[in-house]
Ligand binder design. Structure first.
Ligand SMILES: [Zn+2]
Ligand SMILES: [Zn+2]
Length: 202
């Protein structure tokens, strides 16, 4: 399961998770931090992969690829424990090398034979793979993708493009509600325990 961590020197958070045997650092927007906080997830806690997938598809969590010194200790942590209902394969990856860093949707080929792929920075730099259109996933939305595919007559989509589009279509509201309720229950139990202890009744 992904782990929420706070930067040591500043008031900002990041998420660590393991995808395809690599530890990936996701940066959060202010909105992403707020959504996790309102679900009751605080620094040092693991949370459901579904929430990270949702933050990712809305652009509130992104993997720019710079690793921060604080994130290095992630290698010693047990991440992504078994039992998470959303598999790590739900994350779209580069069609060339399976990286999840800084992915772009890329369109190549001419009208009628145009194809769509996801590519990381190093695969985008390959001369044979230069695309006509290259858009960071963080800037895309479901409506924009639909319009692009229609207007540009995209004929084929890679497995990762299909995975990404299904992520844009996914419904995560119930997952957030479930986490929020579950954590609120735990919090109130803790609070009751403390209150009773303080009164000498516990
Ligand atoms: Zn790649
Ligand atoms: Zn490709």
């Amino acid at each position: 399961m992904p782990l929420l961590e706070k930067y040591a020197g500043r008031d900002a958070y990041y998420v660590l998770t393991r995808i395809n045997d690599a530890v990936v650092t996701y940066q959060l927007t202010a909105g992403g931090e707020r959504r996790l906080a309102s679900a009751g997830v605080s620094a040092g806690q693991h949370f459901e992969r579904a929430l990270l997938l949702d933050l990712y598809r809305t652009g509130d969590a992104y993997a720019p690829g710079h690793e921060f010194p604080e994130a290095v200790r992630a290698n010693q942590l047990s991440l992504d424990l078994a039992g998470d209902p959303s598999p790590e394969s739900a994350f779209p990856t580069c069609d060339g090398c399976r990286s999840v860093i800084d992915l772009h949707l890329e369109l190549t080929g001419s009208r009628g034979a145009r194809s769509a792929h996801l590519h990381c920075p190093s695969c985008r730099a390959t001369p044979t793979a230069i695309a006509d259109t290259s858009i960071p996933l963080t800037l895309l939305s479901r409506s924009l993708v639909t319009r692009l595919f229609g207007d540009l007559e995209v004929a084929t989509r890679s497995a990762n493009v299909i995975r990404y589009v299904s992520l844009l279509d996914a419904e995560f509201v119930q997952r957030w509600d479930a986490v929020r309720k579950q954590r609120a229950t735990v919090q109130s139990q803790l609070f009751e325990g403390e209150a009773l202890g303080g009164l000498g009744l516990g």
